[in-house]
Design a protein around this ligand. Structure first.
Ligand code: MN
Length: 237
């Protein structure tokens, strides 16, 4: 991005800039540089109902995580200031083209590929924030809150709009759904979001979670899966 009306900034950095967060891409050693992480709330009817909401009455709504919340280590350190951390298995959409007011018909052209991700949530802090009408960052955008697997290019698999999405904890099925249950489809999310924000190459969108969210404890082994995209295994440490 250029700074309007100002000369290009010069001078040494006061300290090292944070490294660019990247995701590996299946089938290549090229990496996907991450810009923002957008998340869709309550995008599966059964999950909206389990959280106490009527799924029929809501336009999509969004929150964000920070790019450096993304973890690739296979470990999720149990975060501070909470006693109720939940798993949310999600399909992650990765954009290689940005834009504003992207039409529905061409929205999928902006999608580079897909990954399996976890929207880890400090549910107690999120619940408090909801009750007080406060923002969700403390519940959603904390360190290590976005474990995400490797990207699979759409050029290899197309744009999945059906297929199983599930999460096992210690070998027990906790969450199960199908991508065809998404209330707002990938192209609708990209188009709608581009009316609110200027999307950029490198943006990730976590598309919401099916029913069955629940608490994790240290030592839990999470195994998430989306048909056609792959698996994500994370240990709570
Ligand atoms: Mn979520």
């Amino acid at each position: 991005m250029t700074q309007t009306g100002a000369a290009a900034p010069t001078g040494p950095l006061l300290f090292s800039a944070a490294p660019t967060v990247t995701l590996p891409v299946a089938g290549t050693d090229a990496r996907f540089p991450v810009h923002r992480i957008y998340c869709v709330g309550r995008n599966y009817a059964a999950h909206a109902v389990e959280m106490g909401f009527d799924p029929d009455k809501e336009p999509p709504f969004f929150f964000q995580k920070n790019p450096d919340n993304l973890v690739r280590t296979g470990e999720f350190p149990y975060p501070p200031a909470t006693a109720d951390v939940h798993h949310e298995i999600e399909l992650v959409v990765a954009l290689h083209q940005g834009g504003v007011d992207i039409p529905l018909e061409t929205a999928l052209d902006h999608v580079f590929g897909y990954a399996v991700g976890l929207d880890m949530t400090r549910r107690d802090l999120q619940g408090e924030a909801k009750k007080m009408g406060r923002p969700w960052e403390v519940g959603k955008a904390f360190e290590h809150s976005a474990p995400i697997g490797p990207l699979v290019p759409a050029s290899a698999i197309g744009h999945p709009n059906q297929g199983a999405i599930w999460l096992d904890v210690n070998g027990q099925r906790r969450q199960a759904g199908d991508l065809d249950q998404m209330i707002w489809k990938t192209q609708e999310i990209v188009s709608y979001l581009s009316g609110l924000f200027e999307l950029q190459p490198g943006d990730l969108i976590m598309t919401g979670t099916p029913a069955g969210v629940g608490a994790v404890v240290k030592g839990d082994r999470l195994h998430g899966h989306v048909d056609g995209i792959g698996d994500l295994e994370v240990v709570v440490v």
